[in-house]
Design a protein around this ligand. Structure first.
Ligand SMILES: [Zn+2]
Length: 419
């Protein structure tokens, strides 16, 4: 009799165990902002085997780790579509295999970024090295706009060498590395010449219609921006550094009338995208404030992260996002411009959302209250009462950053091998 009871209890326990849903991670009580799915309310999120498995009002189930997100915002993992991570040891090589670029993981997760798109550091000649050095050694998802200059961002004369633009080779390397390469990049070119842009567009067409991102470089006199946007670029191409105000290039807001130029509005209507690409000197409040006031919001908020910009006015993606909050975009719009919108711009609709079944790349943000100062490289400063802070980053279903230990138990992956 005793034995039978024990056996029965064991069977009942076994039965209960297999039917009681257990998740790897359960995020409880956070305010979910998922622009793709138009979710903007308090929800729970469950994760299993690296994927998002449930998003619902109340998920009452066991989990190996429960995250208390009360009072915090839960968003898709942030996507920074303009960064530079071709780190290496070659001297005098600007942002290609150089000391001035740095590996992503040390800078992404602490700011909620789970995906970066390298904006043209490698070209087709240097892509293989980039893949071996950066992509294969990063937990951050690393995608690439391949520089149309074969060498990539080697600096100086290398980036002015039109003879090193080969649309066929560039397109071939892009097609052979479809999982990594999302488009092409034109950058830093100073000639009074459209050839480089046309070559990038040609490569984009040959590689199956992938986008081109243009850093308009500079020339003297400046090339007409309307010609670039309306005659040379296609629907889906991206104009980065959109709030730059530099002498060598035309800018989007007329500085006298403080109005966004009509052809810019027309270009947007025709499907050209506008990316922040903050950088060292590529963002001025004198452009951004009137644009935001007029309702001209960037399609993507991005950093142009490198050793120069990160210790200047830019700092990191959350700092840039906070500036747009202070200028008048609301939080939902700022999150959309850092998640779902960039995912669409790079034609990666599986990213930037919290769909059930998608990779569990999730960011948990706090909105700190206080007195904060925000300045640009010209020294113009505004103040604001709110600032975004990264509380937690989850990449591929693994907690990779936890600022205040909101997971229970607190277990963070990637703690390193040193004591
Ligand atoms: Zn850049």
């Amino acid at each position: 009799m005793m034995k039978k009871t024990i056996l029965a209890s064991c069977l009942i326990l076994l039965f209960m165990h297999s039917y009681a849903q257990e998740y790897a991670i359960l995020i409880k009580g956070g305010h979910v902002i998922d622009p793709k799915n138009q979710v903007d309310e308090v929800m729970d999120v469950a994760i299993n085997e690296g994927k998002i498995v449930k998003v619902a009002k109340h998920i009452d189930a066991k989990a190996r780790q429960v995250v208390d997100a009360t009072g915090l915002y839960v968003t898709p993992g942030l996507i920074d579509i303009h960064a530079h991570h071709f780190f290496g040891t070659e001297p005098h090589s600007y942002l290609r295999n150089s000391y001035t670029a740095f590996p992503p993981d040390g800078f992404t997760f602490r700011t909620g970024v789970t995906t970066v798109v390298d904006a043209g550091s490698p070209g087709w000649r240097s892509f293989q090295k980039y893949k071996e050095q950066t992509i294969e050694h990063s937990k951050t998802r690393v995608l690439v706009f391949l520089n149309i200059i074969g060498e990539g961002m080697r600096g100086g004369p290398y980036e002015q060498n039109l003879a090193d633009t080969d649309p066929k080779m560039a397109a071939m390397v892009a097609q052979q590395n479809k999982e990594d390469i999302v488009g092409f990049k034109v950058a830093h070119f100073e000639g009074h010449d459209w050839t480089i842009v046309d070559h990038a567009v040609e490569a984009g067409n040959m590689a199956g219609g992938i986008p081109v991102m243009v850093d308009f470089g500079g020339s003297n006199p400046p090339l007409p921006l309307d010609e670039l946007l309306l005659k040379h670029l296609r629907k889906g191409d991206i104009f980065t550094h959109c709030f730059a105000q530099l002498k060598s290039r035309e800018f989007i807001v007329d500085t006298l009338s403080k109005k966004v130029k009509p052809f810019i509005l027309e270009a947007r209507k025709q499907g050209r995208y506008f990316d922040v690409g903050y950088g060292g000197i590529s963002f001025s409040f004198s452009q951004a404030i009137p644009a935001i006031k007029a309702g001209f919001y960037p399609d993507a908020i991005s950093t142009d992260m490198h050793t120069g910009s990160m210790n200047g006015a830019m700092k990191d993606l959350l700092s840039v996002m906070s500036k747009f909050l202070v200028m008048g975009m609301d939080l939902q719009e700022v999150i959309a411009a850092s998640t779902w919108q960039p995912a669409q711009m790079i034609k990666r609709p599986a990213l930037g959302n919290l769909d059930v079944g998608s990779d569990a790349d999730i960011t948990i943000l706090g909105l700190r209250k206080g007195d904060f100062g925000f300045y640009d490289y010209t020294g113009y400063k505004i103040s604001g009462q709110e600032k975004l802070e990264c509380e937690m980053t989850i990449r591929g279903g693994e907690i990779v950053y936890d600022l205040n230990g909101i997971a229970n138990p607190v277990i963070v992956a990637n703690r390193g091998e040193h004591h």
